[in-house]
Write a protein that binds this ligand. Structure first.
Ligand SMILES: [Zn+2]
Length: 180
């Protein structure tokens, strides 16, 4: 599976080709433009794979609506959209993903745990947390979700966020200034 579709989908398609991977789904941590802009290109390269998103942001990619009122951008319209439901495992091919609702940066923000790794989108970064100054953001909900959904994991879980370097849950619990 591919997680998020940024402005450089060709990097992803090249990696997929190099590994001869058969991609069964594209999963979105949320629908800010820098996470969905590459969808048309990816779908063109991969074929009509389903795109999975939390229901709270489904309209963004079904209707091409902007997630933010602050900067309105016309996004791609996707036909084959399925739901990422928190608390329900999402299965695609040989991979099973735990879907965790981590809203606050955006209403339908999710983190995706696969084994000993968690993909946190723009909720939790190495040394920072996501922006919550948009009209549909909620800073308290974000910190609450990070505490309950993410920091409850064991120290050694690897964190891959939407921007910047990877880290671990333990490292963030000890050193992230926004969580202490
Ligand atoms: Zn982002």
């Amino acid at each position: 599976m591919v997680i998020d579709a940024n402005f450089e989908p060709e990097l992803m398609t090249r990696l997929i080709r190099e590994r001869s991977a058969k991609v069964r789904a594209i999963l979105l941590t949320h629908t800010d433009v820098d996470h969905i802009a590459g969808l048309p290109e990816l779908i063109k390269a991969l074929g009509p794979v389903p795109v999975a998103v939390h229901d709270a942001e489904r309209d963004v990619i079904v209707e091409g609506r902007s997630l933010r009122r602050e900067f309105v951008v016309e996004g791609p319209r996707i036909d084959n959209v399925v739901s990422l439901s928190p608390g329900t495992a999402f299965k695609a091919g040989s991979i099973e993903v735990d879907v965790l609702h981590t809203p606050g940066h955006s209403p339908g923000g999710v983190s995706l745990r696969i084994g000993d790794a968690v993909f946190t989108g723009d909720a939790l970064f190495a040394g920072s947390v996501g922006r919550s100054d948009f009209r549909n953001s909620d800073g308290r909900a974000l910190l609450e979700a990070i505490r309950t959904q993410l920091l409850s994991m064991p120290d050694e879980i690897e964190v891959y966020s939407g921007h910047g370097p990877s880290t671990t849950i333990g490292q963030q619990r000890r050193t992230n200034p926004f969580l202490n």
